[in-house]
Design a protein around this ligand. Structure first.
Ligand SMILES: *Cc1c(COP(=O)(O)O)cnc(C)c1O
Length: 418
């Protein structure tokens, strides 16, 4: 432990310099690259906790919370057989009790929410602000209500319906904005800049990345080594960065092998901006990489439609791909649905479409001979089982606190949130 009692220090990836940790999201010296945690424990000790906090050695937290959400890794005999793979391992985050998976909001965003609340608690009582109607918002609302932490969720009006949690304790304040996503994000940014609020930080938040990285940790601990390949469906690619960072720590640990897993990231046709940029080995995403107008509305896995992923900056997706000799894949809607059908014929928790994209890409990569059938493959099924979670729990609807105009005044917002 350091003098401040923390199990880690914070560093700018551009020059390695240590920076002050105060739930810091940006390098204070103006560098655009990511910050990264350096943990005091070089070797990982897995704790007794039955949730994500068994990896607290390598999470930027000093507090732990009660929640059942944690990373899960297992072998699927049926899927291995079906695909003809001898060393396939599955990471699964979502709701799938037979496999020990209890992330009731249905995705690995719960692994980001738990350490984010814990990291923030070390510095302030501020509320986290989230602009999303999807898995991120549902995860922060669910976990916030489980552990008694406040958050503010800002959504466009048409998406305000259908935010559910297992037990509503009033911790999540839902604001709906008359406008589109860009308008909701603009309002959220204004709230996050007010006293008493902080942004969740996205890929810039080490707690979010290292929380997602616990899937790789769980995999390596179960397998007994680092896998050769890591498959994941990506929109922002933050999970890919997180897997790379976790793998670097496991290499430094010394007990899991010395070779970084190859990142095998996939996107859903026709929206594949990172694949296009990476295939051209470009560090920049160009406007044409976004495809035709409306491409984002055509994909099955809408959680994979990030227009501004953390791709170019130091420590981002490009660097993760470069360091791991990574490859980008893509799957069509039809291929993802076909993969989903196969999974559902073997396993008992329906995947989130983004996870089906990853599975479809694995199937194609095997068919095309891009991966050896006997190599150690880790497939990160990033979400699933939401329908089952809704069958097993009486869900509460998170009420909309207010519907506001996009040019609502700060004063009015403060009153509404008070
Ligand atoms: C957010 C999300 C993803 C994409 O993750 P990134 O690594 O941030 O691109 C994939 N699958 C599910 C289920 C998600 O919720």
């Amino acid at each position: 432990m350091s003098e401040d009692g923390r199990n880690y220090t914070l560093h700018c990836v551009e020059n390695g310099e240590q920076v002050e940790e105060n739930y810091t999201l940006m390098c204070p010296h103006g560098h655009k690259g990511l910050l990264r945690a350096k943990y005091r424990a070089k070797q990982l000790t897995v704790g007794p906790e039955e949730n994500i906090f068994r990896f607290k050695d390598w999470l930027p937290v000093s507090t732990t919370f009660e929640s059942r959400a944690g990373p899960v890794a297992f072998r699927s005999e049926g899927l291995s057989k079906e695909l003809g793979l001898s060393n396939l391992w599955i990471g699964f985050t979502g709701y799938y009790p037979e496999r020990g998976a209890y992330a009731v909001s249905g995705s690995f965003k719960e692994l980001e929410a738990l350490p984010t609340y814990a990291r923030l608690q070390d510095f302030s009582d501020d509320s986290v602000v989230i602009a999303s109607a999807g898995n991120t918002a549902r995860a922060f609302a669910e976990i916030g209500n489980q552990i008694g932490k406040r958050c503010v969720i800002v959504v466009p009006e048409k998406a305000a319906d259908g935010m559910t949690v297992t037990e509503d304790n009033g911790q999540a304040t839902l604001l709906s904005v008359k406008g589109d996503y860009a308008d909701a994000i603009a309002v959220a940014d204004r709230i996050a800049a007010m006293d008493g609020y902080v942004p969740e930080g996205g890929a810039r938040n080490i707690a979010r990345r290292d929380g997602m990285g616990t899937v790789m940790l769980e995999g390596a601990v179960r397998i007994g080594r680092l896998p050769d390949h890591y498959f994941q469906g990506v929109g922002s690619g933050t999970g890919g960065i997180a897997a790379w960072e976790a793998a670097m720590r496991l290499v430094d640990d010394g007990r899991f092998g010395s070779k970084l897993p190859r990142l095998e990231l996939s996107q859903n046709e026709p929206f594949t901006p990172m694949k296009r940029a990476w295939d051209a080995r470009r560090r920049e995403i160009l406007p044409e990489d976004l495809g035709h107008d409306g491409a984002v509305f055509e994909v099955y896995a809408d959680v994979l439609t990030n227009r501004k992923p953390p791709y170019s900056m130091a420590g981002g997706v490009f660097d993760a791909m470069y360091a791991t000799d990574g490859r980008f894949h893509s799957a069509t809607n039809a291929e993802a649905k076909e993969a989903e059908k196969l999974w559902n014929s073997i396993e008992n928790a329906c995947p989130n479409p983004a996870a089906s994209v990853a599975l479809a890409s694995l199937i194609k990569a095997v068919d095309e001979g891009l991966v050896d059938r006997d190599s150690c493959i880790f497939l990160n099924m990033t979400g699933g089982g939401l329908e089952r979670a809704r069958e097993d729990h009486v869900m509460d609807k998170v009420p909309v606190r207010a519907t506001v105009e996009k040019d609502v005044s700060d004063e009015e917002i403060r009153e509404l949130l008070a």
